[in-house]
Ligand binder design. Structure first.
Ligand code: S3P
Length: 172
């Protein structure tokens, strides 16, 4: 069984996936890290040197491989925040995994993102003024994909990591 975690940049998918896997004594895989490993480059470098389309191709290719691996083990797979804008990815995730959308308020997300924007290819080149509007637009587009794919929505606002993880475990 594969459990996929989706949600916007900065919601805490990797941290939550890591703790979830520890508690459930299972494997944790991160799609962004797999793309970085296969390309031997960081995500910001892939974006700047090869472009977003190239990144999306690799992201889809690896996602489809993992989802269609034959395994009876439980695996937690954390998806990059833009992985579900592709209809094909969304359909595959729905078919082969139980998808959880980790939701946070726009205000919470934009506060976190503004603090750590250097590693985010979508945010690193823009001014502070443009930033919030840009995050708002991205969030609206991304959220459509999360909502149409996820089986469960878990709100992360005002909750600590263990509360969120316990909520997820109760849903599985
Ligand atoms: C992206 C989100 C990132 C990463 C890439 C693109 C997006 O993942 O895949 O920078 O399009 O929203 P995180 O959500 O894990 O930061």
């Amino acid at each position: 069984m594969i459990v996929t975690l989706t949600g916007f940049m900065g919601v805490g998918k990797s941290t939550i996936a890591d703790m979830l896997a520890r508690l459930l004594l299972c494997k944790y895989t991160d799609l962004d890290s797999l793309v970085e490993k296969r390309e031997n480059m960081t995500i910001p470098t892939i974006f700047s040197e090869k472009g977003e389309n190239y990144f999306r191709e690799k992201e889809s290719e690896i996602l489809s491989e993992i989802l269609q691996q034959k395994t009876n083990d439980l695996v937690i797979l954390s998806l990059g925040g833009g992985a579900l804008i592709s209809h094909k990815n969304s359909e595959l995730v729905k078919k082969y995994s139980t998808c959880i959308y980790l939701r946070a308020d726009f205000e919470t997300l934009s506060r976190r993102l503004v603090k750590g924007k250097r590693n985010r290819p979508f945010l690193s080149d823009i001014s502070e003024i443009e930033e919030k509007e840009h995050i708002r637009n991205l969030f609206a587009i991304r959220e459509e994909g999360y909502l149409k794919t996820a089986k469960h929505i878990v709100s992360t606002d005002d909750k600590n990591i263990s509360q969120i993880v316990n909520e997820i475990i109760a849903l599985l």
